[in-house]
Each structure stands twice: as C-alpha cells, then as structure tokens.
Design a protein. Sequence first.
Length: 306
Amino acid sequence: MARIRSIKPDFFTSEKIATLPLSARLLFIGLWTHVDDNGVAPDNEKLINAAIWPLEDDPRESLQRTREDLRRLSTAGLIVRYEASGKPLLFIRSWDEHQKVSHPAKPRYPRPSEQQIEAALNAATSRNDPEPEPPHPPSGNPPEGLQSPPEILAPEQGAGSREQGAGIPPSAGTAPPRRAPAPPGAADEHPAAAVTAQTLVAEYIDTCRHRPPSDVLGQLGKRVKQLLDDGIPPDAVRDGMTAWAAKGLSPSTLPAVVNEVMNRTTPAQPGKSRNAQILDAAMERALAAEAAMAARTDPVRGELAS
C-alpha cells in the first residue's frame, strides 16, 4: 500500500544522488512510498516495479530498468538488501534521518543488523568492480604470432568503417563481400509486443482532452486487465473502450459495454449501420447497469428511480 512521505530540498543537491541516472533517483523516491513505516519492504523486483511503474508501456523493459536501478541504489549505499528468516528484504538506510512518521504502524519486517548492513555494502561494492580490459589492443591488430583473418572478412568485421572514419581509402580493386540473402520469414523473428492493460489505458489517455483522475485510471486499468485475463481480444476491448468513452460512463460499466459490442445482435434499422446499432444498444445497457448500481448504493436515488 502506497504511503504519503516527505522529501527535502537537500535531495536535489546531494552529490551522491546526482551520480545516479534519473530513473534510479525517481525509483528511490518511489521506494519511500512503497516501504512500511519502518523503512523496510520485501526485496521483490516484480512487486516493486508494479507498485512504482504501473503504467509503463513495456513491462519487461520496465522490470529490467528497475532491476538495474535497485543494483545502483545498493551499490551507492542508499538501500540495504538482506534476508531475515529466509525472506529477502530491502531497507532504506537514511530512513530515520529523513522520514518522520507521526503515527507509525507496527513494523511488519525486522531491520537489518549492523553486521548485515556491513556485509551488504561490501557485497555491493565488490559487484561494482571495473570490467576486465579486452585481450586485444584498441587498434584491432591481433597479437603477435596469431594469423590475420582473410582480407575478404575484414569489411564484415567493421575494418572498412574504421578505415573510412580515419580518412584512409579502402584498398583499390577489392570489392566488398556479398552478404547471404536473409532466409524466408526472417522479418518475423521479432513479433510485435503484446498489448497489455497499460497499453490500452495509455491509448485512452491520449484521446482525452485532460488527463483523467488517478482513481478513474486505476479502476479502468483493473477492468481492462480483467477483460484481457478473461481472454477477450485486445481489439474487442479497444472497441468497447471507444464506445464506453463516447458516453462518459463509470469504469465499472466497461465489461458490459465490451460484451455488448462483441455479442449484441440487433434487427436491421433503416438509415443506421450495424456498428452504429450495436453501439447504441451497448450504451443503453451500460446506462441501465450504471443506474441499477447507483440505485443499490444510494437509497435516496433508488427510491426516486422506483
């Protein structure tokens, strides 16, 4: 559960914070709202990513970035990653210094001991050792005694681009090798990314004149994810969202609108296309469902409706 926290101006002038990429800085702030009032949370990268970056278009890319930024925060000594009773946990080291919780809840997880903090910092520092230098010198020349590759392979390995960048013309009379044609279907090796609830909600936001309230987006995201989890095709959900947005209904009515758009069969009406008839019928059902729901939750409105 997210919590309200405070941020000091010193955060933006901290030299240690300034060494981190912007994504890591924002993740660090997001962790303050994610941990409990004791400054501790489960060290689960997927849960952290879902809590702090819920509307990213590419969840896999977002998870990879969160994984790398957590490592950066650990290396910088801003968080401590440890275990207690076999459960991986995460602790914000400067918690007591920067966060003053007026009525803290009972701690759910224990803080790390001094030995665990020291061990975690040493482990993070050791993981940040510089990478070993490449075995070949930067010039690209092979070590003495190693046979050079055939000249025809040089352009494939990038030697031609290096010569052109250095202002040295390529060898006269040497034609570049011809690449083998791509096998059939090679262009299909990287299929389009799967459509997620985040993608559809982002598309809806793009069509809005002003950004909807966070509560509306949160409810809408839950409904869209539920529809996708039920196996509803993304195009059907997208069509239903278009019909739903046209009437400005409550997010709770979205499943009914999607169902009507997919399955409603209406008799032919002169002067109207079939799609228009389906949308009209979907709107009527959605409005009726919204009115029924309001009547159940509001006794006064229900009495008037009856």
